[in-house]
Design a protein around this ligand. Structure first.
Ligand code: CA
Length: 220
């Protein structure tokens, strides 16, 4: 899962990136509204953390522009303490949730998981497909209750497929959601991760849809 972090305060931005990375996400960052708007407009994100008080263009305007352009990614706004009017305008502008500063990283991660889940139409933190389950709270995967040892990249590929189970996911879509923007993206690596996952998973879970991509679904 790939997250856009928009925050102009360097220390908080670094904390957010570290916290996200520790939780298994990749992230891109922007420290002003213009860059944030451009990234959200042109790149694929599973969710955005958006500070409202930003140089060059305020967060609310960024959000309104995204929504007006039809971008539906979940957006969690970061507001000043007691900024209730900011929360109201943020939600009216299309934010999905908010968090007041200062906040606990654990709470931010829980809200983020919920947003990503809901965007994929899932109501609970554990996603299952046949014998395979992932717990999005701790990035663990199990098959028939037995823990599965996965690298962080393998988990990201699997988590993305689980959030989009029964749908065909193209190779390029997977690449966009498992790597940060500045990473050297090579579509062959997706095939390698899929091949490794298949060795670890029960047969038939990940199907190749010729010319289109991959589909994760419970074997019949
Ligand atoms: Ca700020």
């Amino acid at each position: 899962m790939r997250i856009l972090v928009v925050e102009d305060e360097p220390i908080l931005r670094a904390q957010l990136v570290d916290g996200l990375q520790a939780a298994g996400y990749v992230s891109d960052t922007a420290d002003n509204g213009i860059d944030a708007h451009f990234l959200g407009d042109t790149e694929a994100y599973d969710a955005v953390l958006l500070d409202l008080g930003l140089p060059r263009m305020d967060g609310l305007s960024v959000l309104k522009k995204w929504r007006a352009a039809g971008h539906t990614m979940p957006v969690l706004i970061l507001t000043a303490r007691d900024g209730w009017h900011e929360k109201v305008s943020g939600i009216d502008a299309g934010a999905d949730d908010y968090l007041s500063k200062p906040f606990h990283m654990e709470e931010l991660l829980a809200r983020l998981r919920a947003l990503i889940r809901r965007a994929g139409g899932h109501a609970c933190a554990e996603l299952c497909c046949g014998p395979l389950c992932i717990d999005t709270r701790n990035s663990r995967a199990t098959v028939d209750g037995q823990a599965l040892l996965l690298t962080s990249h393998e988990y990201r590929v699997l988590a993305y497929l689980m959030h989009h189970r029964d749908q065909v996911v193209s190779r390029s879509e997977l690449i966009e959601h498992i790597y940060a923007q500045d990473f050297d993206r090579d579509s062959n690596t997706v095939e390698v991760f899929i091949a490794r996952l298949r060795k670890k998973l029960p047969p038939g879970l990940i199907e190749t849809v010729r010319g289109l991509g991959y589909r994760l679904s419970a074997p019949q």
